[in-house]
Design a protein around this ligand. Structure first.
Ligand SMILES: Nc1nc2c(c(=O)[nH]1)N[C@H]1C(S)=C(S)[C@@H](COP(=O)(O)OP(=O)(O)OC[C@H]3O[C@@H](n4cnc5c(=O)[nH]c(N)nc54)[C@H](O)[C@@H]3O)O[C@H]1N2
Ligand SMILES: Nc1nc2c(c(=O)[nH]1)N[C@H]1C(S)=C(S)[C@@H](COP(=O)(O)OP(=O)(O)OC[C@H]3O[C@@H](n4cnc5c(=O)[nH]c(N)nc54)[C@H](O)[C@@H]3O)O[C@H]1N2
Ligand code: SF4
Ligand code: SF4
Ligand code: SF4
Ligand SMILES: [Mo]
Length: 887
């Protein structure tokens, strides 16, 4: 067979994939060779020398560094080899803390296992171990301990950490003093460590220990934070979540996790969880039983129909729940007003990519990034926002990929990039068009692809060739020579993958930005093949799914147009299908104008996440009836007439669809607190009380069966099938294994071709009275409006207050120093916040997150919207900053 080799270990023939080492091949074939510093998936080190084997020349070699070659032979066991191994092991043990009995890793320690395998007796162990003076433990990290006395210097943590790009630890000092240390041997909390816990998981002994309790049982499910959709084993003890670890054989994350997926899931246990339905009486919430709550909601909702009603679905909830809420809105309430946070997120991707390619989803799979020749990352900060996806990018760099980053800020990814184009916010269209121009000039475009698979190329080419490059330089603030280098790098290292997120979409020309990226991929034929494509990294855990399920005002489930598919849906649901409704920001406009009088919000916190908080508050307060269904009493829920307590991801069954279109099964791991119920059950009860019999589903799986009947790209998927692993849509039949990358043959457009579409561009400057551009975004340790992450206090060690980041030049010209309180003012409002001075942001730009309710960024944002997608300019708000004189 090609791609495999055959060789012998101890006389036994073993087969291995070409490129494997002798150790990997042996372990894969069930032959144990002692080892300590080896770990699957990271580069070998040859440090512990326990995996010595004898080759056919009689020489001793480390199996972890020796490639398996056809016809070679090895001896893995002999008295000579074991004698050396015992000596080596004794030396390692001699440097290791003696207190095995008190070590929490006892029973789960590779050093103990090896001692027993190599017959190093307890007596020997005792004799070998020195009394160590003093304890050398770093307790600074709230999630794990580092005990240097127990470290055997295997270097696994160093390699794991390097592999994911944090580079927080390395070997330090020499000889007997050698130890694993951070830069300057500071506490791990003060290093570049991102608390992913990968090293803790990998450490073979007790030197790195999680502070978490051990679980009594583990349930395979999916991380509820970001759209990467990492698979986890959720550890449960009693009725509490106590731990989480990555599923090693998951195609999404291969066992890897980030700080939130590994350490930030205990919000589920918070005493602040909603446990009973609440009804507001005279301005105060009163706890009631479900029966009463459902009666009140059903009765009040019956008073409104059609356009007076709007529902907000949730990218945190399951596909089944989103499907049900949009069905309820359309079929029971007769309203087309259904939308969710995708509007503030990837709505421009949905419209833009549908216009140019026929489908708005990520074209390729996350794992394909690993084999890319070039990665172009535009307006995305994945080391903080999609960390496990960023590990893939970094791995690709370590093999052969080149990296181009386009971002007004310095990020971890821009530090690692071959080229960082630090452009002014909102200037991506001219920058990307100029890249296309240089590609054409250099003849690096793919004429065959353009001829056979696209249309409207000529107009596009003419516009690109007419570009004024001096103006491009003026608008972007980037030297065109650098843009040219980036263009050549992207176009000449195929397959080239584009990844992008909010830096592209959250602009009033977000759809145009997306078209500009799409043109670049089409021009170079980087689409329809593996490891290329154009990949919007979806934000929320199930935002892909909520869109797939038709929680959008203009599209029915499966992106089926209302015009074409209304008949099919109205037949199935037994109700007419209302026309397209309003987008999320339009709903709040309409509520303020009194046109929408009643709203149902499931799993969103718009009071903090929508632009222009004052207007949003007015809208919410002006409603006659507001229902909020959440797991916590959020700022939005405080304004509700009725609050319904929902079960969290850990307490229900259902499915999430991750950013790469992979539908994955969520499994109930524990009971919801108090009377909280899964969102789908709550909607079913309300619809039932309103007289509908077709909402009486037995389980989430039954709802899924209805979905697959109506949505062709989900037709081949079922809960039963998902039990053996996630499936990427389109999956049209039970025999279909799913689709890793899209558009290999045809584009799902009327002509089967993709289109070059010219993005509209209008330069946006800043007025004199608001001379700085405010960019809003996120950080690694907090999530959106913090309803979940605020309940994990440990995260406060890393991020416990809002900060306005500003360039040193801007700060000094305004007399502002690090830590000063400043007032930030836009056309819409103002807030006070602490200043952070850093050259991470360019001159003229300030940055803050929208995580903290006491300095809520969205007081400042708002205004115009993208005419195609309704997206407000969340990444571009003109502001003025001044120091607050404290008396
Ligand atoms: N820890 C954490 N992770 C998250 C989330 C969270 O709240 N916390 N939220 C999730 C969700 S829903 C989403 S949508 C994603 C978002 O993930 P990202 O889009 O990666 O995050 P942002 O911080 O919003 O913005 C990304 C980058 O865009 C850059 N940028 C701003 N303006 C421009 C511009 O005009 N042009 C270019 N080229 N770049 C620009 C910013 O400097 C920033 O580095 O994260 C998801 N993951
Ligand atoms: N200024 C500014 N504003 C922004 C952005 C920005 O970059 N800058 N980004 C925008 C983007 S991309 C997004 S995605 C939005 C996010 O905006 P939101 O979706 O409003 O933000 P979250 O805080 O994630 O709100 C999710 C809610 O769901 C609840 N929840 C969690 N699990 C469940 C469940 O199982 N059932 C129910 N019923 N509820 C549950 C949580 O407690 C939380 O209250 O913010 C947008 N707003
Ligand atoms: S801390 Fe653990 S993984 Fe790191 S070198 Fe020491 S023993 Fe190995
Ligand atoms: S927790 Fe993650 S970032 Fe921190 S040292 Fe370990 S591997 Fe590196
Ligand atoms: S990368 Fe995203 S899905 Fe994966 S563990 Fe982190 S937050 Fe969860
Ligand atoms: Mo998002």
């Amino acid at each position: 067979m090609k791609g495999t080799v055959k060789f012998r270990i101890d006389g036994r023939e073993v087969e291995a994939a070409r490129g494997m080492t002798v150790l990997e091949a042996a372990l894969a074939n069930g032959i144990y060779i002692p080892n300590l510093c080896f770990r699957e998936g990271i580069e070998p080190f040859g440090g512990c020398r326990l995996c010595l084997v004898e080759n056919n020349e009689g020489r001793l070699v480390t199996a972890c560094e020796t490639p398996a070659e056809d016809g070679s032979e090895f001896i893995s066991e002999s008295e000579r080899i074991n004698r050396i191994r015992r000596t080596t092991l004794s030396l390692i043990i001699a440097d290791h803390s003696r207190d095995c009995l008190a070590c929490p890793a006892s029973g789960d320690c590779r050093l103990q296992e090896l001692s027993s395998y190599l017959n190093v007796s307890d007596g020997d162990l005792e004799r070998l171990r020195p009394e160590l003076s003093g304890i050398d433990v770093d307790e600074s990290n709230p999630f794990f301990l580092r005990n240097h006395d127990k470290c055997i210097l295997c270097g696994i943590c160093v390699r794991v950490c390097r592999g994911l790009g944090a580079e927080a630890v390395d070997f330090a000092y020499r000889g007997h003093d050698t130890r694993i240390a951070t830069f300057m041997d500071r506490d791990i909390l003060d290093s570049s460590c991102v608390s992913c816990g990968e090293c803790v998981e990998a450490c073979p002994v007790g030197a790195l220990l999680p502070r978490t309790e051990r679980p009594s049982t583990e349930v395979r499910t999916v991380c509820p934070y970001c759209g990467a959709g990492c698979e986890i084993y959720l550890g449960v003890r009693g009725n509490r979540v106590v731990s989480s670890r990555g599923v090693p054989d998951s195609p999404v994350n291969q066992g890897r996790l980030c700080v939130k997926g590994r350490f930030a899931l205990k919000f589920v246990n918070s005493p602040e969880r909603l446990k009973k339905p609440l009804i507001k009486v005279d301005g105060e919430f009163v706890e009631v039983e479900w029966d009463e709550a459902i009666s009140v909601v059903a009765e009040r909702l019956s008073e409104y129909t059609g356009e007076e009603f709007a529902a907000v679905a949730s990218a945190k909830c399951t596909n089944e729940e989103n499907y049900l809420l949009q069905k309820f809105t359309r079929a029971v309430m007769g309203s087309g007003n259904i939308d969710h946070c995708a509007r503030l997120c990837h709505a421009p991707s949905l419209t833009g990519l549908r216009m140019s390619l026929g489908s708005g989803a990520m074209t390729n799979s996350i794992s394909e990034l690993g084999a890319a020749g070039c990665i172009l990352a535009v307006g995305t900060n994945p080391t903080e926002t999609h960390p496990v996806t960023s590990y893939r990018v970094i791995r690709a760099l370590r093999s052969r990929a080149r990296l181009v980053v386009v971002d007004p800020r310095k990020t971890r990814l821009s530090e690692l990039a071959d080229i960082h184009l630090q452009n002014r916010p909102g200037s991506d269209i001219p920058l990307l068009m100029a890249m296309c121009r240089f590609i054409l000039e250099e003849g690096l475009h793919d004429s065959e692809f353009i001829d056979s698979r696209t249309e409207k190329f000529e107009d596009f080419r003419d516009a690109v060739m007419a570009l004024d490059l001096d103006e491009v330089e003026r608008i972007t603030g980037v030297n065109v020579k650098d843009i040219r280098r980036a263009a050549i790098m992207y176009a000449s290292n195929s397959p080239a993958s584009i990844i992008y997120s909010m830096g592209i979409t959250q602009h009033v020309n977000g759809t145009g930005n997306v078209l500009a990226l799409s043109n670049l991929a089409l021009l170079t034929g980087n689409i329809g093949i593996k490891s290329a494509g154009i990949n919007p990294l979806r934000g929320q855990n199930n935002v892909q799914g909520a869109c797939d399920m038709g929680a959008l005002p203009d599209l029915l489930p499966g992106y089926q147009g209302i015009g074409e598919a209304a008949g099919k849906f109205s037949e199935k649901w037994g109700s007419p299908i209302p026309p397209a409704g309003l987008t999320l920001p339009e709903m709040f406009d309409a509520a303020r104008d009194g046109k929408i009088r009643c709203m149902y919000i499931m799993g969103e916190n718009p009071l903090l996440s929508e632009p222009d908080i004052e207007r949003t508050r007015e809208a919410l307060e002006g409603l006659e009836f507001l229902v909020v269904q959440d797991i916590f009493l959020t700022e939005t829920a405080e304004l509700a007439d009725v609050v319904l307590p929902a079960a969290s991801f850990a307490e229900k069954d259902g499915t999430f669809t991750n950013t790469e279109r992979r539908v994955q099964l969520l499994r109930k791991a524990l009971d919801a607190p108090g009377d909280a119920l899964p969102d789908w059950q709550i909607i079913s009860m309300i619809a039932g009380r309103m007289g509908r019999e077709d909402f009486d589903y037995e389980s989430a799986s039954r709802i899924f069966d209805e979905i697959r009947e109506l949505v062709p790209s989900y037709a081949g998927i079922s809960h039963e099938r998902l039990k053996s692993g996630g499936i990427q849509w389109p999956c049209t039949s039970e025999e279909d294994a799913g689709t890793g990358y899209l558009h290999s043959e045809e584009f799902p457009t009327p002509t089967g071709r993709a289109s070059f579409l010219l993005p509209d561009y209008q330069f946006r400057g800043v007025p004199e009275e608001y001379p700085l551009v405010l960019v809003t975004g996120r950080n690694l340790y907090q999530y959106h409006t913090r309803s979940m992450t605020a309940r994990v206090e440990e995260l406060e060690s890393f991020s416990d207050h809002e900060e306005l980041l500003m360039n040193p030049a801007d700060a000094s010209s305004m007399g502002i120093r690090e830590g000063d309180t400043v007032e930030v003012t836009s056309e819409r409002g103002s807030l006070r916040v602490r200043a952070g001075v850093t050259d991470e942001v360019m001159e003229g730009v300030v940055f803050m997150t929208f995580h903290f309710a006491d300095a809520p960024a969205n007081v400042l944002t708002g205004g115009d919207r993208d005419p195609f997608s309704g997206m407000p300019g969340l990444k571009f708000t003109p502001v003025r900053v001044c120091r607050v004189q404290l008396r």
